[in-house]
Design a protein around this ligand. Sequence first.
Ligand SMILES: [Zn+2]
Length: 420
Amino acid sequence: MQLQVKTVLNRVHPLKSFVYGDVRLAGAGSRQCIEATIIHRANAKGRCSRCLRPCPGYDHLPTRRFEFVALWAIAVFLVYAPRPVECPEHGVVVEHMPWSDGKSPMTIALMCFLADWAKRLSWWETAKRFGSSWDKVRIAVQWVVHWGLEHRNLDGVDSLGIDEIAFSKGHNYMTVVYDISPNAKRLLWLGENRTKATIKQFFTWFGVAHCRSLRFVCSDMWNPYLDVVRDFCPNAINILDRFHIVKKLKEAVDATRRAEATDLRRKGDKVTLHKTRWCLLKKTANLFYGQAVRLQQLLKLNLRTTRAYLMAEDFDEHFWAYKSPAWAGKFLDAWCTRTMRSRIESMKKVAKTLRKHRNLILNYFRARKLLSNGIVEGMNNKLKLVTRKSYGFRSAETLKIALYHTLGDLPTPPQPHRFV
Ligand SMILES: [Zn+2]
């Protein structure tokens, strides 16, 4: 028996209530394509595209072409003339076509195919590689993401991480919520801005029942967040996570360096703190040789910056190593007292904040056996990577789609065949 394209189509993309008719090579040159006609089975009634109920149909509408996954780099189109049907509930509507979402000129199979590649390649590369366009890839990813968001399961979410990201060169912010329950690591929700209203919006969407089953919420030391978390999640322990505390310490060291550099410059010293930002902010293990040498030189000098750096190092090195909240609390108190005497304003500010949130910070030790501390930071890094890669995304909406797509761990529509 000769192999026919129709046989392959029936294998990779079987249709219920429809059959493949004529399959032919159409067009010429670079525009050559395979056209596969679809016809409905003789006795199969059309289904309402909104409720899928079989309904009496009418004559055919004009023929439509639906782009399918290319075969040997030749574009494939499914060709069908849909019927209008009369649904008792929805009136006269176009019949349901299981290969299409009803709107896009791409088949669901093609959208899933492109979206799958768009996880590994950039949207531009995906478009180029598969003879598509950036816009088509966007539509495909958007459709798959919407499907995934509608079909994902939110039961069993017991721990959340709340964070924020800056985008469009730091002019705008998004609030980000991660699911960091055991065995889960996914982006759960994105909301524009980083206000109390944004985070309220999240909890309202998440729903009372899900909020009640939360055990841990990791967040920044930002009062409006803390209030909302307390209101919405009566059973959850709010943890101020390591990532955000370390960030605060680093910011304070950097502010000290900046202020002192200005002072020194005014006195004519342009050398001492010149180009020292990164050797003070990076983890020691990540310093280049030159930076490490520079840091060693700096540490020998009696500067406010050096003292601030050592205070921050002291905190980061010792605090997290404690096992009991009581001992960690003692260290915290002693550190804050020392820092308050330091006369370094930025560091004093951090000490005040840490004192104020002492209890929530110590929650880290109460929950540490259940929550791995690197999750929020890890997710934040991945998110930044996508945001940076996506300079082509002009709108916040598109950025959201890209983030859900790569980090949302969303379910995908079931497909009879995997083309990738
Ligand atoms: Zn209907």
